[in-house]
Design a protein around this ligand. Structure first.
Ligand SMILES: O=C(CO)[C@@H](O)[C@H](O)CF
Length: 530
């Protein structure tokens, strides 16, 4: 069984899926915070504070949502006695603060009462910081200064300091609410908090979600003493020791056996972050890349040898402790595609497709950069077009404009993925998901730019299904069976596009050109690099 604690991409819900021995999903349900837990008054499962920077979620809302979803399962006649193992996922970076003495309550829950009634007084911070928070810039600069700068922190923890990353959030709480911090005996991530509820004791943080804290050394898989010390005192004892993501962290607590009928031996496999769980749900393998084409475009990479940088995030791999995964976010995604469709294809996707069909790979050497909002990767804003002679021009013909947009978006993805250590391999599969993955002509450009086949997958449940797959993997943990072997029966993605003959030659020549022009724009907009 896989359940996801609150995940922001699904705008704040708790979701559960159950898969059978053949990995078919046979049960799913969800509880929406805004709709089903009105008393907490959230929007998208969060509270955005007046300063516009602080974003939190009430921890008891998450607890009560779990009560509700388990009761819904029980009422529906779900047979809990058949559950061999469970795991789950939570929105990355968020943190939960257990009050001193909470562990005694957690280990002695009465099966006659719901969780939320018994855990009311167990949290020293009732409104937990979540991944949408951006109120810790000062703490980010302090942390980077303490370890020798942004690149040094990235080499150590996989990312430069980001406001949403947990270490910076803990530092802020320690600085601004020292009393609450001193009355905190344990700090969990959202994922390990949810696992703790099932365990009836504090669950350890897993390597993969722990990589999203700016605290874990991603090579050594241990907390960085320099980072811990820079954030708050006595932090290591409040975090506990991190564990491999495939670890069986214990058996479900007697509370669930007596209240719902779980078998006493039902194993709890370490919960992890929503994105690592999605990687598992998409069954990404070495050399693969997942491209989520949504409002913003997100790349999921599988990396053997990461090259930490000042952009993107490198996490320990959730299904292979020797390898890594990376996330790269491109803010100008579908909104940019829709704008160019409206301007150059009369608001019509079929006209948009016709332009891609009628223009050649490489677009005659015309290259475009389209960032109507400040881009994250890299930090550029505005539209910049260049002719085959590298001369900046103010406009392209409508069909050239459309191809320049799509080729540019995908060349940027390949260039920045390779900057993090990603390499296209002969066995590489590109897994496409999200709105634009329904457009075959866009996927054809993706296949051509990467020189690899593109498959489409439905990732609506990917984190939840990935959690269920990881539960299976945890069952086999003692046997050392690789994750890919455990999940080989799962439904396969559908092949949507293969590279056009000659594509590699075209884009091997164009990619360095694109990279050079990107650097040229960067130096013009940010001034020459010091
Ligand atoms: O901040 C993020 C990843 O770094 C988001 O994708 C959160 O994990 C969403 F829950």
């Amino acid at each position: 069984m896989g359940c996801t604690a609150p995940r922001a991409p699904q705008t704040g819900k708790v979701k559960v899926v159950a898969v059978d021995a053949e990995l078919n999903v046979f049960y799913e349900d969800s509880v929406h915070f805004d709709r089903d837990l009105l008393e907490f008054g959230t929007q998208g499962g969060v509270h955005v504070h007046e300063n516009g920077l602080t974003v939190t979620s009430p921890v008891l809302m998450w607890v009560k949502a779990l009560d509700i979803i388990l009761e819904k399962m029980k009422t529906s006649g779900f047979d809990f006695s058949q559950v061999l193992a469970l795991s789950g996922a939570g929105q990355q970076h968020g943190s939960v603060y257990w009050k001193t003495g909470a562990s005694q309550v957690l280990t002695s829950l009465s099966p006659n009462l719901p969780l939320h009634e018994q855990l009311q007084a167990c949290f020293s911070i009732s409104d937990c910081p979540v991944w949408m928070d951006s109120s810790t810039t000062a703490q980010c600069r302090q942390l980077e200064a303490a370890v020798g700068g942004a690149q040094a922190l990235s080499c150590l923890t996989g990312s430069r300091a980001y406001e949403r990353f947990t270490g910076n959030q803990i530092a802020k709480i320690y600085q601004q609410n020292p009393e609450a911090y001193s009355h905190t005996e344990r700090i969990s991530l959202v994922s390990s908090f949810a696992a703790s509820l099932f365990l009836g004791s504090y669950s350890p943080i897993d390597y993969s979600d722990g990589s999203g804290m700016n605290l874990l050394q991603i090579q050594g898989k241990v907390w960085s003493q320099a980072c811990l010390g820079a954030c708050a005192p006595h932090l290591e004892e409040k975090l506990g020791s991190p564990v491999p993501s495939c670890s069986v962290v214990g058996a479900v607590s007697s509370y669930y056996v007596q209240r719902y009928g779980f078998p006493p031996g039902c194993k709890v496999v370490a919960f992890t972050g929503d994105n690592p769980a999605s990687l598992a749900g998409m069954r990404l393998e070495e050399g693969d890349i997942a491209v989520s084409l949504g409002t913003s475009d997100t790349l999921f990479l599988w990396l053997q040898e990461p090259t930490p940088a000042l952009e993107g995030h490198i996490f320990c791999n959730p299904v292979d402790t020797q390898h890594y995964m990376a996330l790269l976010c491109f803010k100008n995604g579908s909104l940019m595609r829709e704008k160019i469709r409206d301007e150059s294809a009369s608001r019509s996707w079929s006209e948009f497709s016709k332009a891609l069909q009628s223009t050649e790979m490489g677009n005659g050497g015309n290259l475009g950069f389209y960032f109507d909002v400040m881009e994250i990767t890299p930090e550029i804003v505005g539209r910049h077009r260049f002719s085959a002679e590298n001369r900046e021009v103010s406009a392209f013909p409508w069909d050239v404009e459309i191809r320049a947009l799509i080729e540019g978006q995908f060349m940027a993805k390949r260039i920045h993925a390779e900057g993090l250590g990603y390499r296209v391999m002969p066995k590489t599969k590109i897994l496409a998901t999200g709105g634009a993955s329904h457009n075959r002509d866009i996927l054809q450009v993706l296949a051509d730019v990467f020189g690899a086949p593109v498959y489409v997958i439905d990732t609506a449940n990917s984190a939840c299904v990935g959690s269920a797959y990881r539960a299976f993997h945890g069952l086999a943990a003692e046997t050392d069976v690789p994750f890919s072997e455990v999940v080989k029966l799962a439904p396969n993605p559908r092949l949507a596009a293969t590279p056009t003959p000659g594509a590699s030659q075209v884009y091997e020549a164009l990619l360095p050109q694109y990279a050079k022009l990107e650097q040229r724009i960067l130096s013009q907009t940010r001034g020459p690099l010091q």
